[in-house]
Every structure is written in C-alpha cells, then in structure tokens.
Design a protein around this ligand. Structure first.
Ligand code: CA
Length: 225
C-alpha cells in the first residue's frame, strides 16, 4: 500500500517570554504543526536563514533585534508573519501591517483564536497542509473536506465537519459552548446549548469519539489526545 507523505507546516515562535512560548508550543504541535522556538531576534534571524518556515509568530519587543527588524528580514525570505505582542496601540498595529505582517494578535490572547488565525494566514499564503489527523485512526483532508476513519470514508454534515476540525485544531483544550457555537454556526450564542449538544453527540458517534470528546463541567467540551 502506498503511504501518503503528509506535509506538516513549520512555525517559528520568536518570543522572549518562556511562559508564552511554553503555552504556544504544545498547542501548535497538538494542531499538527512543527514548532521551533527562538528567544531573541538574532536567534530568530539565524533560524530563518538556515531552515525553511511556513509562518513566524513574532513578538515585537525582542532582545538583540526587535520584531520590526526580524519582519524586514522575513520579507526578503517571503515567510508570512503574525505579530504577537503586548503593544496593542493603533499606531503599532498600523506600523506592523504596513511593514508587511499578515496579521496582528494582542496579548493576552486565546489559543483558539491564535490557532484559527495561523490557519487562515497559512491558507491565504498557500502554505496550508492538506491533511490533519487524529491518531490512531482519523484522517482529515482539508482540501476536499473528506474524513476517513480507519481508512473508511465517514459522511459528516457540514456542521459536523466544522466541529471536528475545531476540536482537532484545539486538542486537549477545553472549548466553551458559546465559543463553539459562534465559531461553527457563525451566529451569536443566545444560551441554548441544545444545538451544540445534538451535533456533538452525532459527530462523536460517527467517529467513535465517545470516550475522547468529553464534556467539561460548566464549560463545554474537550478532545483528549
Ligand atoms: Ca517580548
């Protein structure tokens, strides 16, 4: 049998705060990205020079070379950048975007939000990998929206597919019911959880995730990996 080689996107985290890097690293790896961490601007530039990256999450206030300098360098290498910074003023935002950053996320941020933005930028820049997986047996082809369980196609409705994608991109993270609803249904959550409960139940059953996609008391759900 021919084994398909899965393209994995590689992300550079340029961030001097270890607590933030330690938060981002497992979340991104959980979403099937490969990550490398650089703790200052010079180390980030060195890494960019020697390894190909698909995306840089770039802090502005960095030792040795600041984010703006690293951004300029990324531009010459044609690597997309999302600024990740405590500097949230309009002026900084405009400066970052004018210099060519693809997006701008202000700390503190929600992991779910960051993962969604990273995915969007990768897709927009034509770098998104086609495949996502949920070991041991679930494969998702994001280009064709086809889902397989143990090699067999599983028919999911559009909303069930969006739900699955959301959980696979946020493994081991408790997702709030209202945020799930707003992301998948793209409407304001008015407190009625029946829709989310119903769809999750159906999706869980079709994919045999009853024991792994667990309800989190007073929050919502978490996909355990
Ligand atoms: Ca910093």
């Amino acid at each position: 049998m021919q084994q398909e080689v899965k393209a994995v996107n590689k992300i550079l985290i340029a961030e001097d705060e270890a607590s933030i890097a330690n938060l981002l690293h497992p979340a991104l790896e959980g979403a099937d990205y490969r990550c490398v961490w650089a703790a200052d601007g010079a180390a980030a530039a060195d890494l960019l020079e020697t390894e190909p990256f698909d995306l840089v999450l770039l802090d502005i206030m960095l030792p040795k070379a600041d984010g703006y300098e690293v951004l300029e360098y990324c531009g010459t290498l044609d690597v997309p950048v999302i600024f990740l910074t405590a500097k949230g003023s309009l002026e900084d935002r405009v400066k970052g975007l004018r210099l060519g950053a693809e997006d701008y996320i202000t700390k503190p941020f929600e992991l779910m939000e960051l993962l969604a933005r990273a995915e969007t930028v990768l897709r927009r820049c034509g770098r998104a990998g086609r495949g996502l997986s949920l070991p041991p047996d679930i494969e998702i082809d994001t280009a064709s929206r086809a889902v397989k369980r143990a090699g067999q196609p599983v028919a999911l409705t559009a909303k069930e597919y969006e739900l699955l994608l959301l959980f696979v991109q946020n493994k081991n993270i408790a997702l709030y019911r209202d945020r799930i609803y707003e992301r998948v249904w793209d409407e304001e959550y008015l407190g009625d959880s029946r829709t989310v409960v119903l769809y999750i139940r159906r999706m869980r059953k079709k994919l045999g995730l009853e024991r792994r996609l667990v309800a989190v008391y007073k929050v919502g759900y978490r996909l355990e990996v």
